[in-house]
Design a protein around this ligand. Structure first.
Ligand code: KG4
Ligand code: ZN
Length: 337
């Protein structure tokens, strides 16, 4: 059979990214233009700034992705694009580019859910077997997703308040670290001890829900009280204590999900899946399951993961026409527990 090629575009937050996928899982290119330098001084992503940056670089990213892949537009079979969840203005830039490209070259569009992209990045590691459980941890989401077959995603548990990456970034700001703070906190945590005893919300409750706002508040209170009293806090210990609480929660709920939904495969994906502490704990404690975590380059936002999810949709002939709209709050189906 002839080789099949897909172009994929991702612009849901602060990365403009375009990838070319060959057949099912071979990424020929995955260009990522990060805007993080522009958002750092604001301590978070500024939506208007994000949209403007996407507009500036999207065309070059498409050209670079095709050039690096050594592929001409007329060899492509379809154009995949993230249509949600994400920032509406940011999504619209990628979608306008995808639609224009699809129209100009007579190609079908494949709409992709950003979180399905994070999850399906695991396809690059090895062939997935179904049903599987996924723990998705990013800046905007924290959810347990039961995947019954390729492309069929069901949320079985999620956060009631903050996402885990968001909590990392917020406590990072309190400690004066630069945005996004997850990676630095992870590094500092490895040099400290869990001495501050932060709360592990809902850890004993028999459900698959997460909550990180209480942990965030406890952290902020400790920090402010120490500041007022002129007490010194040890940065490495603060990071180690915060990370220990986060990991205890993530591990406890993931174990519960695996009890409730016995599966052979666990995928852990999203920006926070880059966390070394999380990777160590998962490998140590979840030895009965085939643990698949995408490589670091596919954990943060990128179009390669969108292409890997799109190949599944292509095989199901899930195409869209040019009336496709952005869905900023796009969600997976929810399974009743
Ligand atoms: O998936 P992602 O790139 O963007 C969203 O879709 O949200 O995730 C970004 C998040 C940020 O909150 C960042 O602080 C966090 O992932 N992150 C980490 C690590 N690397 C990135 N969190 C903890 N440990 C890390 N090593
Ligand atoms: Zn993401």
């Amino acid at each position: 059979m002839a080789d099949r090629y897909l172009l994929a575009i991702e612009s849901s937050c602060d990365e403009t990214s375009v990838a070319v996928l060959k057949n099912e899982t071979e990424l020929l290119s995955n260009i990522i233009a990060s805007q993080v330098e522009s958002h750092k001084r604001f301590g978070g992503v500024v939506p208007e700034v994000a949209s403007r940056h996407h507009v500036e670089v999207i065309t070059t990213c498409i050209e670079d992705a095709l050039r690096e892949a050594g592929i001409e537009a007329d060899q492509l079979e379809a154009v995949a694009v993230t249509y949600g969840p994400g920032l509406v203005g940011a999504l619209l830039v990628g979608m306008a580019a995808a639609k224009a490209f699809a129209w100009a070259h007579g190609l079908p569009l494949i709409p992709v859910n950003h979180m399905a992209g994070h999850l399906m990045a695991a396809r690059e590691v090895k062939e997935l077997t179904y049903p599987l459980m996924a723990l998705l941890v990013s800046g905007g989401h924290t959810e347990l997703v039961y995947v019954t077959e390729p492309g069929n995603y069901h949320i079985v548990g999620e956060t009631r308040d903050d996402a885990v990456g968001e909590a990392y970034d917020k406590v990072g700001r309190v400690m004066g670290l630069t945005y996004p703070a997850g990676r630095e906190i992870d590094e500092l945590a490895h040099k400290g001890q869990d001495v501050y005893d932060f709360p592990r919300a809902m850890i004993k409750e028999d459900n698959l829900e997460f909550s990180f706002s209480g942990l965030k508040s406890a952290f902020i209170n400790l920090h402010h009280n120490a500041e007022q009293k002129g007490e010194e806090l040890v940065l490495e210990d603060l990071c180690a204590s915060f990370q220990a609480a986060v990991l205890d929660i993530l591990l406890a709920k993931t174990k519960k999900a695996l009890e409730k939904y016995p599966v052979e495969t666990l995928v852990v994906a999203g920006g926070v899946a880059a966390n070394q502490g999380l990777r160590e704990r998962l490998a140590e404690e979840l030895t009965d399951v085939d643990l698949i975590i995408p490589p670091l380059r596919l954990c943060g936002d990128n179009a390669g993961m969108i292409a890997l999810a799109a190949a599944v949709e292509r095989d199901k002939e899930h195409f869209a026409d040019l009336s496709l709209n952005a869905k900023p709050s796009l969600a997976f189906d929810v399974f009743d527990n």
